[in-house]
Design a protein around this ligand. Structure first.
Ligand SMILES: [Fe+2]
Ligand SMILES: [Fe+2]
Length: 270
């Protein structure tokens, strides 16, 4: 199966790039299933129902969220009406939506998508990510009930993401990090067949501070004083993430490529 995962869509620039480029990539690369992290798509903070619809129409099969899952208040109700959105499995007890779901690609093959929040340097003490993902992967066996499994590990610390990759090795087709908005260069297939990347990077304007117009974050760093609000940077976005080919029988990764299309970080592919 040919899978594409793209990192956090950042504001209008990120939505525009997905809208303009994803259908072409689906066609050119023969993609079977596309997962995109949408937690910053609406003005950099959360995902509105309207923007979720637009991303899904642009060729996304599943949207994942993150710590900003419900920053746009309408997502609290919208998520119940849209089965193609997955929020972190350990977001909070009683949160609307679900943290893991089995989808079908166009040929009926089953794809598990799960998302989990880490604990290190995060704003809240989220429930044990390792125990939560363990339960999900034990319920949906790779190469058994599901032909592919994608785990989005949404956290700040590279160490925690790498530990999650090793923890899931052989039980997921892909473990990929999100949240830091900066792509890492460590894409690899782990010994038991799981494709791994510490961070997918963002789909946003990289002449920025993690996707925000640089003036206000720089003011805060340089002077220690707030003056304005953060707003997403508006230059051309790079679509950033990872492409993975899996074996349909075992669900394990056969091949991967880092993806950076358009904008300042563009790289040729494949
Ligand atoms: Fe996040
Ligand atoms: Fe994010």
């Amino acid at each position: 199966m040919k899978l594409l995962f793209l990192g956090d869509v950042m504001g209008r620039a990120g939505r525009k790039a997905v809208g303009e480029k994803l259908k072409g990539l689906r066609e050119a690369w023969g993609l079977d299933f596309v997962v995109v992290n949408g937690e910053n798509a609406s003005n950099g903070m959360g995902l509105s129902g309207e923007h979720a619809k637009a991303l899904l129409e642009a060729g996304v099969d599943c949207l994942t969220l993150g710590d900003h899952a419900f920053d746009q208040k309408d997502m609290l109700s919208f998520i119940g009406s849209e089965p193609r959105i997955v929020r972190p499995v350990n977001f909070a007890k009683g949160a609307p939506g679900i943290g893991a779901k089995v989808f079908q690609d166009t040929r009926g093959r089953k794809v598990l998508v799960a998302q989990v929040l880490g604990q290190v340097f995060m704003k809240r003490a989220y429930e044990d990510p390792f125990g939560q993902i363990d339960a999900v992967l034990k319920k949906h066996i790779l190469g058994g009930a599901v032909q592919a499994a994608i785990v989005d590990v949404h956290c700040e610390a590279t160490s925690e993401k790498m530990a999650m990759g090793q923890f899931c090795d052989g039980r997921a087709s892909l473990v990929v990090g999100t949240h830091t908005h900066v792509p890492t260069a460590d894409a690899q297939i782990l010994p038991n067949g799981t494709a791994y990347l510490t961070d997918a990077g963002m789909c946003g304007d990289y002449l920025s501070v993690i996707g925000m117009e640089k003036a206000e974050p720089m003011r805060r760093f340089v002077t220690g004083m707030n003056k304005g609000r953060f707003t997403p940077a508006t230059g051309e976005a790079t679509l950033s993430g990872i492409y993975v080919e899996t074996d349909d029988k075992t669900g394990k990764a056969l091949k991967l490529r880092m993806v950076r299309v358009g904008g300042r970080l563009e790289e040729a592919m494949p």
